[in-house]
Design a protein around this ligand. Structure first.
Ligand SMILES: Cc1cc2nc3c(=O)[nH]c(=O)nc-3n(C[C@H](O)[C@H](O)[C@H](O)COP(=O)(O)OP(=O)(O)OC[C@H]3O[C@@H](n4cnc5c(N)ncnc54)[C@H](O)[C@@H]3O)c2cc1C
Length: 296
C-alpha cells in the first residue's frame, strides 16, 4: 500500500495546503503535504510510514511561525486532534494539540496555580513546550515535569524537564520528533484568585499588544538586560511599513499584517530592524519567531 493510502486511514491527508490559513501571521505559501492524525496511536503508526526524505514540521496554532511565500516542501503534521487534558491531584497532563488557554482554564477550575500565563498565549501546548513559552514571570519550564515525544520510528520517549534543556524561548527536541503530551506539577490555590490573575493578565495584554491585527507575537527575543521593543523604537522604526506588513505602532516588537502582507514583507521588516538596531546599538537581535527557511 503506498504511504499516502496508509496515512489517509490514520487521519486527514491533503496536498498543497495554504499555510497562511494555519498561522496567526496569516502569510506563507503552501505545504506540499499536510497531515492531521486522528489520535496518538494513529500518529505513532503514521510516522514510520512517511518516507525519510520528506521533512516533517510539527504544527500547533502557528502562532510563532513564519512560512516563506514559496511554501514548505515537506509534511506539516497538525496535532490539533490530540487535545485531551486530565488532572490528577496536583498533576495536570495535556496532549500537545490542547490550546494553552484551555489548559490554563482547566488548571484554574481544579484550583491549581502555575499556568495562569497560558491564558494569554494563543498557541497549543506542544508549541508551548517547544518554545518554553512564558509571560508575567511564569514559564513552561517552572512547572513542567516531563514531555512525551514520538520519534520518526514511531517509538515514544519521555524526556524529563532537565532533558528538555529549557531556557529562554528554547527547548531541546530531537530533530524530526514530535511532542505528544506533557505533565505539570502545580500548586494548590484559590480558584477565584487564579481566575482573577488570568483576567488581569488578559486585560494588560489587550492594552499593550495589537491583538486586532494578524501577528506572531514577539518577533525578537529580548537581549540580556534590555527590551527588543525599546531598541526598535529607539532606532526610529515604530510604525515602519513594508508592503502590507508594519512594525506595530502599539508595540515595536510586534509586526502586524494589515491584510495584504506577504511573508517577504515580514522578513524584510525583520532584517531592517536587525540591521538598524545593530548599526545604532551594536546589538544583534535574535528572532523569537521561528522562520521556516532557517529551520530547514
Ligand atoms: C498575540 C500573541 C501573543 C503571544 N504571547 C506570547 C507570550 O506571552 N509568551 C510566549 O512565550 N509566546 C507568546 N507568543 C508566541 C507563541 O504563541 C508561543 O511561542 C507558542 O508557544 C507557540 O505555540 P504554537 O502552538 O502556536 O506553535 P507553532 O507556531 O505552531 O510552532 C512553533 C514551533 O514549535 C514547533 N512545534 C509546535 N508543536 C510542536 C510539537 N507538538 N512537537 C514538536 N515541535 C512542535 C514548531 O515546529 C515550530 O518550530 C504569542 C503569540 C501571539 C500571536
Amino acid at each position: 500500500m503506498p504511504w499516502q493510502q496508509a496515512l489517509q486511514a490514520l487521519g486527514e491527508l491533503s496536498q498543497h495546503e495554504p499555510m497562511a490559513s494555519h498561522t496567526t501571521m496569516a502569510v506563507g505559501g503552501a505545504a506540499t503535504w499536510y497531515f492531521k492524525p486522528n489520535d496518538k496511536p494513529s500518529l505513532c503508526q503514521a510516522l514510520p510510514v512517511i518516507p525519510e526524505n520528506i521533512s516533517i514540521l510539527p504544527l500547533g496554532r502557528g502562532s510563532n511561525l513564519l512560512v516563506p511565500d514559496h511554501g514548505f516542501d515537506g509534511m506539516v503534521i497538525d496535532l490539533g486532534l490530540l487535545n485531551s487534558i486530565q488532572v490528577h491531584h496536583q498533576t495536570l497532563t495535556a496532549q500537545a494539540g490542547s490550546r494553552m488557554s484551555k489548559v490554563a482554564q482547566t488548571a484554574a477550575n481544579a484550583g491549581l496555580s502555575g499556568l495562569e500565563f497560558m491564558a494569554t498565549v494563543p498557541g497549543d501546548l506542544g508549541g508551548g513546550i517547544a518554545m518554553n513559552a512564558g509571560a508575567f514571570g511564569q514559564q513552561v519550564s517552572d512547572t513542567c515535569l516531563h514531555a512525551s515525544i514520538v520519534h520518526h520510528d514511531g517509538n515514544e520517549e519521555i524526556l524529563s524537564n532537565q532533558q528538555l534543556q529549557m531556557r529562554y524561548r528554547h527547548s531541546h527536541i530531537p530533530k524530526q520528533s514530535i511532542i505528544v503530551s506533557a505533565s505539570f506539577e502545580l500548586q494548590m490555590g484559590e480558584q477565584q484568585e487564579i481566575r482573577n490573575a488570568m483576567r488581569e493578565m488578559r486585560q494588560k495584554r489587550s492594552l499593550t499588544q495589537p491583538l486586532a491585527l494578524a501577528n506572531c507575537g514577539s518577533v525578537f527575543k529580548n537581549p540580556d538586560g534590555d527590551h527588543a521593543a525599546r531598541l526598535i523604537e529607539a532606532a526610529g522604526l515604530k510604525g515602519k511599513s513594508i508592503g502590507g506588513a508594519q512594525i506595530s505602532e502599539l508595540h515595536a516588537n510586534f509586526i502586524v499584517n494589515h491584510g495584504n502582507a506577504c511573508s517577504d514583507d515580514v522578513a524584510s521588516l525583520i532584517q531592517l530592524a536587525q540591521q538598524c538596531v545593530f548599526e545604532k546599538f551594536a546589538i544583534k537581535l535574535e528572532t523569537e519567531v521561528r522562520i521556516l527557511e532557517v529551520l530547514q
